[in-house]
Structures are given as structure tokens and as C-alpha cells.
Design a protein around this ligand. Structure first.
Ligand SMILES: CC(C)(COP(=O)(O)OP(=O)(O)OC[C@H]1O[C@@H](n2cnc3c(N)ncnc32)[C@H](O)[C@@H]1OP(=O)(O)O)[C@@H](O)C(=O)NCCC(=O)NCCS
Length: 259
């Protein structure tokens, strides 16, 4: 049987969380959780950035120019100044809206690239052998899904993680990718269950070091990786549209990891 019972399974009486290899039927859920985590949910980079922009110094300057423009429009007795007021507030509003739209467009482009990349054919990219309704992680790479089993309900995929050995030429090194837990099920140790299974698999395949990259927006993820033993290895500036954005790298020695 392909299900991983230990250490990837947790019980609380009413429900169980088990970690098992990816199946073809997970594809849609994996993609929708991925999209939500980047542009959909409250803590997504997009929502965080939109909220931050509203109170950024540059936005206050924009609000001021919109206000000045409106004052000129409605308080001036000179037609030329009234027109200048309309132009000032109109242009400022347009730039403000455009900036927000461009950010969304940029992020959606990133999401599309990822969905068309390793997430387009997960079984192929992560070396999962698939039968009609099962999966087997037979390669050094692998992909796992955390599934919630509750009495009387259909099993629900609520998180996942991948181990990718194609992004580093050293056979002793692999990358942890696509770690996501559905927002409703966070802070219950589900990420830990996924990580345990991933590390077990990595060790079995002589992978000694597991690296990962995450963005400065993913604050919870960075806290989690450090909590579980990953060590920060620097950051790369990937700033976009005047927003300071960094990609942070982390490394874990899989040998000796114990949680
Ligand atoms: C990061 C993520 C996978 C964590 O999943 P999770 O199942 O909630 O993680 P765990 O319950 O195992 O949390 C373990 C530890 O991480 C840290 N942590 C996780 N979420 C945190 C938060 N919101 N604030 C502070 N610390 C947090 C804590 O140290 C926590 O331990 P504690 O609950 O005992 O304090 C989840 O928040 C997520 O899917 N985020 C969105 C997607 C994402 O950013 N993925 C990473 C891409 S690289």
C-alpha cells in the first residue's frame, strides 16, 4: 500500500490527517491552492501588497495631489486653474490605479509561469508513478499531499509539498518546493507532517541537503522554515515596480534532522 502511515499521519478522534503521494485527481486542488496562496487569500503577497500600498508614503503623496487637484477644480474662479486641477487629480488617480493594476498583472504572470512550469504536469516533473487512482514516489524527487479524512466526508486535499532534484546538479542536494497548507488548516503542524515525509524520502535517496527559496512576502513560511531547522543563506533583490522584494534562500542538513 502506498499510503505513508507514519510519521505522516495524525489523529484527533474526529479527523485524521494523512500524508500520501500525489495522485492525478489532486491536480486541480493543487493549482487552486497555489493560486489562492499567491493572489487570492488575505495573507497572499498580492493582498499584503495592496494593503501596504494604501498606507505607503508614495500613496499619501498621491492622495495629497488628488486633494490639491480637487481643491483647484472646485475652489478656483479661473477656468485655466480649474482645468489644471482636473488634470492633476485625474492623472494622480490614474497613476495610482495603474500601479496597483500592474502589480496584479505582474503577479498573475508569475502565477501563470509556475502553473505552466512544474505544476503543469506534477507527476512527470516530480517523478510520481501514477495508476488510475494511486501515486508512487519512485524517483529522488517526489510530491506529497496532506489529506483530511473525517467521518462521513469525502477526503479533502488540504496541503502539499514537492522535492525537486532537477534544480541543482549535485545529487546530494534537492529543493523543497510548493509547500502550501490550506488557510483553514494552518498552525496545526500539517506542514511538519509534510516535511517529515519529505525528509524521510530525501534520506532514503541519499539527499543530504535540502534548500528552498521563498519571497519576503511569505513571512509565515520563513518563520516556519527556521522553526524546523532551515538556516538562512542570503537573499536576492527581485524588486518590482518600486516595491522592495527579496527572494530568501534557506538550507537544511537532512542528516541528523529530528523533529
Ligand atoms: C507556511 C505554511 C506552509 C505553514 O503551514 P502550517 O501547517 O501552518 O505550519 P505548522 O503548523 O507546521 O507551523 C509550524 C511553525 O511555523 C511557524 N509559523 C507558522 N505560521 C506562522 C504564523 N502565521 N505566524 C508565526 N509563526 C508561524 C510557527 O513557529 C509554527 O509553530 P507553532 O504553531 O508551534 O508556533 C502555511 O502558512 C502556508 O501555506 N502559507 C502560504 C503559502 C506559503 O507561503 N508557502 C511557502 C512557499 S515557499
Amino acid at each position: 500500500m502506498n499510503e505513508i502511515h507514519s510519521p505522516g499521519k495524525q489523529q484527533n478522534g474526529l479527523e485524521e490527517i494523512r500524508v500520501r503521494p500525489y495522485r492525478i485527481t489532486d491536480a486541480e486542488k493543487v493549482r487552486s491552492l497555489f493560486t489562492a496562496s499567491l493572489v487570492g487569500e488575505y495573507h497572499s503577497p498580492y493582498a499584503r501588497e495592496m494593503r501596504a500600498q494604501l498606507v505607503a508614503p508614495i500613496s499619501w503623496a498621491t492622495y495629497a495631489t488628488i486633494g490639491i487637484g480637487l481643491l483647484l477644480r472646485f475652489r478656483s474662479s479661473t477656468e485655466r486653474i480649474r482645468r489644471a486641477g482636473v488634470l492633476l487629480s485625474g492623472t494622480s488617480t490614474l497613476i495610482f490605479a495603474l500601479h496597483r493594476l500592474l502589480f496584479r498583472y505582474g503577479l498573475q504572470k508569475v502565477v501563470r509561469q509556475q502553473l505552466d512550469g512544474d505544476l503543469a504536469d506534477i507527476a512527470k516533473h516530480y517523478g510520481v508513478e501514477i495508476s488510475s487512482d494511486e501515486g508512487w514516489n519512485t524517483a529522488r524527487s517526489g510530491f506529497w499531499v496532506a489529506e483530511r479524512l473525517a467521518m462521513g466526508l469525502k477526503p479533502e486535499a488540504i496541503g502539499y509539498v514537492g522535492l525537486d532534484d532537477s534544480t541543482d546538479p549535485d545529487p546530494k542536494v534537492a529543493e523543497l518546493r510548493r509547500m502550501i497548507v490550506s488557510a483553514r488548516y494552518r498552525r496545526r503542524g500539517i506542514a511538519l507532517q509534510l516535511i517529515r515525509v519529505l525528509i524521510q524520502h530525501a534520506r532514503k535517496n541519499s539527499v543530504e541537503r535540502i534548500f528552498l527559496r521563498t519571497s519576503s512576502y511569505q513571512i509565515e513560511a520563513m518563520k516556519m522554515y527556521e522553526h524546523y531547522g532551515w538556516v538562512p543563506r542570503g537573499k536576492e533583490d527581485v524588486s518590482f515596480l518600486f516595491q522592495s522584494i527579496y527572494m530568501h534562500s534557506f538550507l537544511l542538513q537532512a542528516e541528523g534532522w529530528d523533529l
